[in-house]
Design a protein around this ligand. Structure first.
Ligand code: ADP
Length: 191
């Protein structure tokens, strides 16, 4: 099973990615988590991406594509995966297409979490008070929403044209949304 999960910041990608990955026994691979880990470790990659992430901008495509290619080459990703937060630009869509073509693999589904904007902002503001993520400030949240609308929303049209998109209502408690999403996945994919 090869899946993507996408949605604007605060849509709940990270929380649901774990549930979907558990259901299909595949690794959940989050570019945001990989970049945050790199920034925390102070590695060369971390130095490159730390300031970009803190501003709410996107890490350059070539850097991001290379991180994903390396991660998908690891043994646990051989039989399937769920990518959380990648691709985020049309150039990344192309890079992933090329990578998969080289492996004679294809995508099964793109999960899109649809959540009202005011709900997403409220969640991010709440998360900021708990986790203190560097990019969860009011200003940065606004910027990340704009980046999503400008750069990431267009990738959904590309995947919709291939009939790969499953849109799920992400408004509700974590339990409600998880049950709704798993039911929709099972209905669409048969298991
Ligand atoms: P959110 O969806 O809440 O913004 P993520 O954890 O998915 O959170 O991403 C956090 C940050 O990591 C992004 O704002 C961006 O700077 C960087 N990032 C994550 N994935 C990508 C990607 N595919 N391309 C470029 N930058 C990315």
């Amino acid at each position: 099973m090869r899946l993507l999960i996408t949605g604007a910041p605060g849509a709940g990608k990270g929380t649901l990615a774990g549930a979907v990955a558990d259901h299909y026994s595949i690794p959940a691979i989050s570019t945001g988590n990989m970049f945050r880990a790199a920034a925390a470790s102070g590695s060369e990659l971390g130095r490159q991406v730390g300031a970009i992430m803190a501003s709410g901008g996107l890490v350059p495509d070539d850097v991001t594509d290379a991180v994903v290619a390396a991660r998908l080459a690891e043994p646990d990703a051989a039989a399937g995966w769920l990518l959380d937060g990648y691709p985020r630009t049309l150039a990344q869509v192309k890079a992933l297409d090329d990578l998969l073509a080289g492996r004679s693999e294809s995508l099964d589904l793109v999960i899109v979490l649809d959540v009202p904007r005011d709900v997403m902002v409220a969640r991010l503001v709440h998360r900021a008070s708990i986790e203190g993520r560097a990019d969860d400030t009011v200003e940065t949240i606004r910027h990340r929403m704009e980046v999503y609308a400008a750069s990431t929303a267009p990738i959904l049209d590309a995947y919709a044209a291939r009939d790969l998109v499953l849109t799920v209502d992400g408004d509700g408690t974590p339990d409600e949304v998880r049950e709704r999403l798993l039911a929709a996945l099972i209905a669409r994919l048969g298991h």
